[in-house]
Ligand binder design. Structure first.
Ligand code: OGA
Ligand code: MN
Length: 222
């Protein structure tokens, strides 16, 4: 008899890549529930909540380099960039690297790098409507958000609203930030926002990047 050896469950549901590529091509965005393995979400969530409790996060700003500004009236989350320091981070980043290959294979996007940070939104925090690619630095091509909070309460707020790329006041989707949900969209064209949350909200926001060289200066990550 063959011994029953448990194979580890994949970090992302196997059918996700195909559905995701189709949705990106057709509408510029994708949202899937029960996509990220729940044990992985729990491990990542624990790591992030530990950082939130022990001063291990930085207040998030807007812009980068010398233009970096703290603006609580625009975004209120606190972040930590993933650096592969835990097994859970490595598993998540490896899944993103597989997704990057699938996207390059299907869409010839030439994505070459992925950067991602944990995000913790305390009650009252939000992120006003925005695009993810920096002006004049269109190097973030595809955005991803993985949600980590289990049992999101129905009155918890904190939904991510996705707007129509050609009619930025028209709402096309509202994403409940429940553990296991994964969202993906075109960074340069899809406006989105995080509504004020009433419950501590945990996620990983990440970006597939293409190299963008401006005036001979290589655009730095972050
Ligand atoms: C971001 C962002 C959305 C979310 O970090 O740029 O838009 O739902 N996050 O956390
Ligand atoms: Mn964003």
């Amino acid at each position: 008899m063959t011994p029953n050896i448990a194979t580890p469950s994949p970090a992302l549901q196997p059918a996700t890549q195909l559905t995701l590529v189709d949705a990106l091509v057709e509408q510029g965005w994708y949202v899937g529930r029960e996509v990220i393995d729940l044990e992985l979400c729990a491990a990542l969530n624990q790591e992030l909540l530990h950082r939130a409790a022990y001063n291990g996060l930085d207040e998030a700003g807007i812009g980068r380099g010398q233009q970096h500004l703290l603006r609580k009236d625009i975004r209120g989350d606190a972040i930590h960039w993933l650096d592969r320091e835990s097994a859970a981070q490595r598993r998540y980043l490896d899944a993103m690297s597989e997704l990057q290959q699938a996207l390059n294979h299907a869409l010839f996007l030439g994505l070459f790098e992925y950067e991602a940070h944990f995000a913790h939104y305390p009650p009252g925090a939000f992120y006003q409507r925005h695009l993810d690619s920096f002006r004049g630095r269109a190097n973030r091509v595809i955005s991803t958000v993985g949600y980590l909070t289990p049992n999101w309460p129905s009155d918890g707020g904190g939904e991510m609203v996705i707007y129509h790329p050609d009619a930025p006041s028209q709402e096309v989707a509202r994403v409940i930030p429940e553990a296991g949900t994964f969202a993906c969209f075109l960074s340069e064209t899809i406006p989105h926002e995080v509504l004020p949350t009433r419950h501590p909200r945990t996620s990983i926001a990440g970006w597939f990047r293409r190299n963008a060289s401006l005036g001979g200066v290589l655009d730095p990550a972050r």
